[in-house]
Design a protein around this ligand. Structure first.
Ligand SMILES: [Mn+2]
Length: 416
């Protein structure tokens, strides 16, 4: 029998919001293509490992879209191959929480092709003549939910033992620090023949569990964010007789999504950074045109300015390129990580005498000149490399002295 194993379809994802419609379209199209391929090949079971939806609250037409696509899968699969496929779904962290999740909307009394797992040990089990499947929805505490909801579900299991879940798997996925996960040893305790997992967005090759079964993470169907690689798709698994066969089914992301860093070790003027940004975006546009694809690019600018301010690195040129290159759906230039030149915030040197400039203040103008000179010296010696300003410790005494000197004088408004 043939399984399709997919996860993290994130229907409705609209981030980055500047290109929300393109993003929603890309995720929807990925599901459509996965359904097309399942129908073409013919499947017995479809396992969806959570995060079918991006959010608990979504536009109704997107929920309808998912419902229709799953129905199409079941109907066409039966028409073309004579197989009544079963689609099994667990809840991911994006789908909502117990009692309040988007999956409720795709359940239907007549949709016998669809099984959505529940939140009790009993409703976490699906069984038929061939399979015994435990579906573990997402919970904040991975291990506890596994002990309480999943492990008891394998008691008296007959047939092929499958665990479907939405959690990181330690020793298999590259688990981010401080994240909850289930270990391969823990999963082995229930001796599953297959563990299919969502939540981790990068595709992982099948791996044997210490207990002998297989664990498989297909990753997300589309590019979730700029940090991901475009290696997207899902798995077919030929199971049930002898050694299983795993087949990776690639899905090319709809758009090219690229993050590029513009940086240098040396201090450079704003123009240097702007030239690099322009070159980067133009090269990307050329690549898109060559590949006949559309795409978005985020340019992260890092480094130190030799003059001027980060705001001098403008996005005008980037916007102009976007205007004339229809393949560029969006360009984002991030200059927040640019450091100012060492003395950027220093007052400009004046040729004139400061006291003369403030002569209206009478004798106090010599106080101003004195303070100005000392602050300038302090800036020369102690200014922060990053901001060009005095640090609070060196600034505070100046402020105190300034207030003291100011209060020691009496000023009268000039008479008209
Ligand atoms: Mn996800």
């Amino acid at each position: 029998m043939r399984f399709a194993v997919l996860a993290d379809t994130h229907i409705g994802r609209s981030i980055p919001l500047a290109i929300a419609e393109h993003r929603r379209e890309a995720f929807s199209r990925a599901l459509t293509r996965a359904v097309d391929l399942c129908v073409e090949r013919g499947v017995d079971y479809v396992f969806i490992g959570g995060d079918l939806f991006e959010r608990r609250t979504l536009r109704p037409h997107l929920v309808q879209f998912v419902h229709d696509e799953l129905y199409r899968l079941a109907r066409m699969n039966e028409e073309l191959h004579g197989i009544k496929a079963k689609i099994l779904v667990v809840r991911g962290n994006h789908d909502g929480r117990p009692q309040s999740d988007t999956l409720d909307y795709i359940k239907h009394p007549l949709a016998d092709y669809l099984h959505v797992f529940g939140d009790t040990p009993e409703s976490a089990v699906y069984r038929d003549a061939r399979l015994h499947v435990v579906g573990l929805n997402y919970y904040d505490q991975a291990e506890k939910s596994f002990d309480v909801l999943a492990a008891p579900g394998f008691k008296d299991a007959e047939g092929l033992r499958v665990l479907l879940l939405h959690h990181f798997i330690g020793g298999y996925n590259d688990v981010p620090p401080y994240s909850e996960c289930l270990t391969l040893d823990r999963l082995s305790e229930v001796s599953p023949d297959y563990v299919f997992s969502g939540h981790y967005h990068r595709r992982c090759p099948p791996k044997r569990l210490p207990s002998g079964g297989w664990v498989l993470t297909p990753g997300s169907l589309e590019m979730y964010d700029f940090a991901e690689s475009p290696d997207k798709g899902f798995y077919f698994v030929e199971a049930g007789g002898g050694e299983p066969r795993f087949e990776w089914v690639p899905l090319e992301p709809m758009h090219v999504m690229r993050q590029v860093k513009v940086t240098t070790d040396r201090r450079r003027p704003p123009k240097w950074f702007m030239d690099r940004i322009r070159e980067t975006i133009e090269a990307f546009a050329q690549e898109l045109n060559g590949a006949g694809k559309k795409g978005y690019i985020r340019v992260v600018v890092e480094g130190r300015l030799s003059e001027g301010f980060p705001s001098d690195v403008t996005t005008r040129e980037a916007e102009a390129i976007m205007e004339r290159e229809p393949a560029l759906l969006w360009v984002d230039v991030e200059t927040m990580r640019l450091d100012m030149p060492p003395m950027a915030a220093r007052p400009e040197r004046t040729n004139g005498d400061v006291a003369e400039y403030f002569s209206d203040l009478g004798e106090f103008s010599t106080d101003v000149r004195d303070m100005h000179r000392r602050v300038r010296d302090a800036l020369d010696n102690e200014a922060s490399e990053q901001t060009g300003l005095l640090t609070p410790t060196s600034r505070t005494p100046f402020v105190a002295e300034w207030v003291e000197r100011f209060e020691a004088r009496r000023f009268r408004e000039a008479q008209p």
